[in-house]
Design a protein around this ligand. Structure first.
Ligand code: ADP
Ligand code: MG
Length: 324
C-alpha cells in the first residue's frame, strides 16, 4: 500500500569527529512499506535510523518526509517514532501511563490519554496488563508496551532498532509475525534495523543492505537474495557460493548445486544435516570451496562421508556475475 508518505534520504552523511559512520547515503523509502536495513555490526544502521528519528544530527545532506525537509526538526515534530532496542520504559509508571506519556507531554487531558492508551494496548494485545509496572512483565510483553508507546503518537514512519534481538528464538519468530501484521493493519512505513538476514527476508518488502557506511544493494527481498550484486551481499545474505571462474566471479545459490556425474570433482570436507537438506561442504580445484544443499531424501539414498570425492554440477544460467 502506497501512502504518499515517502521518506527520502538525500546525500546523508554522519560524522562522529573524523570518523564517518554514514557516507553520502541516498535512498527513497516508499510510504507504507516494510523496509529492513540489514548489515553487519558497525556499518552505520543505527546512526542512519537515529538521524531519521532526529535523535542524532545530520552532518551533511537532508531527510525529507512527504516532501518536507525534517532534518532540523525535533523528534516529536517529524512524523516518525522510534522503538528502542532496550525498550526504555519508565520503571515507576504503569503500562497505561508509559503508553500515554507522550500525550501527557502534549497536554492532552487524562481521560482522552487513557482512552487512546487503552486502544493502543488492545492493538498490541496487552489490554489486560494495563495496570502493571514494567518489572511485572516478560521481555516480550515489555516490547509490546514499547511498541504501543511509539505508535500512540500516530507516526507515518515507525523506526525499530533491532527490536527482536533481546527475545528468545521462539518468541522472536512470533513477534516478527506480529510486527508484520501491525504494519499491514496500520498501513504506515516500518524501517527495521537488523543484522539477521532471515529476519529481513521474512519481513521486508524491501531490503537495504549496508556495508562500511554505505548502501551496498537495495531492492525487493527476493531480488536481493536471488541476484546479489556484490560478493559482500552474496556472502552476507548467505545460501550462496561465490565461484571464481575464468570469466570472473559469480554467485550461485547452494541449493542450485547438485551431485552430477558430469560435474566438477571436489573432495567433501564436511557434512551437516539440516532437516530438509543436507549441506555438503566440498573443496574443488584451485582451493574453491563449494557448498551444496542436497535434499535429504536424495542424500540418504547414497550417503556421503567427509574425505570422499564427489562430482558437483550446476546450471550455467543460474550463475550471477558479481561486481567488484
Ligand atoms: P550499526 O548500528 O550498524 O552497528 P552504528 O551506526 O551504531 O552501526 O555505528 C557506525 C559507526 O559509528 C561505528 O564505527 C561506531 O563505532 C560509530 N559510532 C556510533 N555511534 C557513535 C557515537 N555516538 N560516537 C562516536 N562514534 C560512534
Ligand atoms: Mg546498531
Amino acid at each position: 500500500m502506497r501512502t504518499g508518505h515517502d521518506l527520502e534520504l538525500v546525500h546523508v552523511t554522519k560524522r562522529y569527529g573524523t570518523a564517518v559512520a554514514v557516507a553520502d547515503v541516498s535512498h527513497l523509502f516508499v510510504g507504507g512499506s516494510y523496509v529492513c536495513l540489514l548489515g553487519p555490526s558497525g556499518c552505520g544502521k543505527s546512526s542512519t535510523l537515529r538521524m531519521i528519528a532526529g535523535h542524532e544530527t545530520v552532518s551533511e545532506g537532508s531527510i525529507l518526509l512527504s516532501g518536507m525537509d525534517v532534518s532540523r526538526l525535533p523528534p516529536a515534530r517529524r512524523g516518525t517514532a522510534m522503538m528502542f532496542q532496550n525498550y526504555a520504559l519508565f520503571p515507576h509508571l504503569s503500562v497505561t501511563d508509559n503508553v500515554a506519556f507522550s500525550l501527557k507531554m502534549k497536554g492532552i487531558a487524562a481521560q482522552e490519554r487513557r482512552a487512546k492508551a487503552a486502544a493502543m494496548l488492545e492493538l498490541v494485545d496487552m489490554g489486560r496488563y494495563a495496570d502493571r509496572l514494567p518489572a511485572q512483565l516478560s521481555g516480550g510483553q515489555q516490547q509490546r508496551v514499547a511498541l504501543a508507546r511509539a505508535l500512540i503518537t500516530g507516526p507515518q514512519v515507525l523506526l525499530l532498532d533491532e527490536p527482536l534481538s533481546a527475545l528468545d528464538p521462539f518468541l522472536r519468530i512470533r513477534m516478527r509475525a506480529e510486527l508484520k501484521r501491525l504494519q499491514r493493519e496500520l498501513g504506515i512505513s516500518f524501517i527495521h534495523v537488523t543484522h539477521g538476514q532471515d529476519e529481513a527476508l521474512a519481513l521486508a518488502d524491501e531490503i537495504v543492505v549496508m556495508n562500511n557506511a554505505r548502501i551496498e544493494q537495495a531492492g525487493p527481498a527476493r531480488q536481493v537474495f536471488n541476484a546479489p550484486e556484490t560478493e559482500f551481499v552474496a556472502r552476507f545474505m548467505g545460501g550462496h557460493n561465490v565461484l571464481a571462474l575464468p570469466q570472473g566471479r559469480f554467485a550461485i545459490r547452494c541449493d542450485e548445486i547438485r551431485l552430477d556425474p558430469a560435474g566438477h570433482e571436489a573432495v567433501v570436507q564436511a557434512v551437516e544435516y539440516q532437516g530438509a537438506h543436507v549441506a555438503l561442504t566440498a573443496r574443488a580445484a584451485g582451493d574453491q570451496e563449494i557448498v551444496a544443499l542436497i535434499p535429504e531424501a536424495t542424500f540418504f539414498e547414497h550417503p556421503i562421508t567427509p574425505g570422499e570425492a564427489v562430482r558437483l554440477g550446476w546450471d550455467e544460467g543460474r550463475l550471477h556475475r558479481l561486481h567488484a
